[in-house]
Design a binder for this molecule. Structure first.
Ligand code: ZN
Length: 372
């Protein structure tokens, strides 16, 4: 559905208007930079075109057709995409990889061509839409629509079609059977065979605004992760999703190290404190500095958590679960000293002190501070 496409409201309106006025192009080509949502838009438009009760701004999402489209099982929704020729294989077409393609789409329509190549185990082999695909497309479109309505064929990355395939498709793209719609999703318009491109209605999608990306990410990720990832994504929601997932893993690791430190320090298990210092030392300087930064932030959050004012805290669910037990140990008698210890440790690391000693020292100080 269109409500799952990040931003791009102008394009959505334009596409819906074309459909409602009965002017849906028989061959549409959505172009635009990586991560702007071309495939997401193509899927949403396909659902809209196949929907039995389309509304003024989206498909109904509830009819049998919508349910089939969303589970990628609509008999009149077809996909073509570049594939990697298996070793020793002969002709190869999209159908050979359809299970894998559905799995990929089930994770969402924002991904890179490289992700798909890697799904196929392609390594450095460039995926291609081979000539054999053309005959298959013609065969599929020659059949009457199973549901007696429309047929939609999404062609992902027409620029990966070899010339033979593209040439064979010219006629059917120019004059498809009644009720048949091609939606092409193109990242590199300059490499589409010009005679094919000229037979399509082209819509150029712009890169996304940072704020749109931030808002979309904030539905899943904590506000600071969303903001940071949006800032670095340069208009690509795909890049932002990857960045956020990566940051999330880093944050989870830091939380694990923080919990380990506080538990062993509280229980005064010297052996485990030594082990922890060694793990920190092995993590490398960038991680050490990031951890000390993170520990300051989390201590502050725990201190503030005691005031029971949720609008003042900014934690992930896991951090908050820990704070429920840990925050009573952070109070006005130890918070300043704790912060000082972390600042000192960060300075020592910066000045190339032995990290094993720095972190063991920090753990020892924590044993004392936690009792205040
Ligand atoms: Zn519907």
């Amino acid at each position: 559905m269109f409500n799952r496409v990040v931003a791009q409201d102008e394009i959505k309106k334009q596409l819906i208007a074309l459909a409602r006025e009965g002017h849906t192009p028989h061959a549409l080509m959505l172009c635009g930079p990586a991560g702007c949502g071309k495939l997401a838009m193509a899927l949403a438009y396909a659902e809209y075109l196949l929907c039995q009760h389309p509304g003024t701004d989206d498909a109904c999402g509830e009819c049998a057709a919508c349910r089939q489209t969303e589970s990628l099982a609509h008999p009149d929704l077809h996909f073509v995409f570049p594939v990697v020729r298996r070793k020793g294989g002969e002709t190869v077409v999209s159908d050979d990889y359809m299970g894998l393609w559905r799995q990929r789409l089930a994770h969402g329509p924002y991904f890179d061509p490289e992700d798909w190549t890697s799904d196929m185990g392609g390594g450095t082999t460039a995926p291609v839409i081979y000539a054999a695909e053309a005959a298959r497309i013609q065969r599929k479109l020659a059949l009457k629509p199973a549901e007696g309505g429309r047929k939609v064929m999404i062609i992902w990355l027409p620029e990966k079609m070899n010339a033979e395939c593209a040439t064979k498709l010219l006629k059917i793209v120019e004059e498809p059977p009644q009720g048949t719609y091609f939606i092409m999703v193109c990242q590199d318009a300059a490499n589409v065979l010009p005679t094919l491109a000229s037979r399509t209605w082209r819509i150029q999608m712009p890169p996304l605004h940072e704020e749109s990306i931030r808002r979309a990410l904030a539905l899943t990720y904590p506000p600071d992760t969303a903001e940071e990832a949006a800032r670095r994504a340069q208009g690509s929601y795909t890049a932002a999703l990857k960045e956020a997932a990566h940051n999330d893993t880093d944050r989870q690791n830091r939380l694990d190290f923080f919990i380990m430190l506080m538990r062993t320090a509280y229980a005064r298990r010297i052996k485990e404190m030594k082990k922890w210092s060694q793990l920190m030392a092995d993590a490398g300087r960038e991680h050490q500095k990031a951890f000390l930064d993170y520990a300051q932030k989390l201590l502050r959050e725990n201190f503030v958590y005691n005031f029971h004012l949720p609008e003042l805290t900014n934690m992930t669910p896991d951090e908050e679960a820990f704070a429920q037990k840990f925050s009573p140990f952070i109070n006005e008698r130890n918070i300043v000293s704790f912060m000082d210890c972390l600042t000192d440790a960060a300075r020592d690391i910066e000045q190339n002190a032995n990290p094993r000693i720095v972190f063991f020292d920090l753990a020892l100080k924590a044993t004392v501070l936690l009792l205040r």
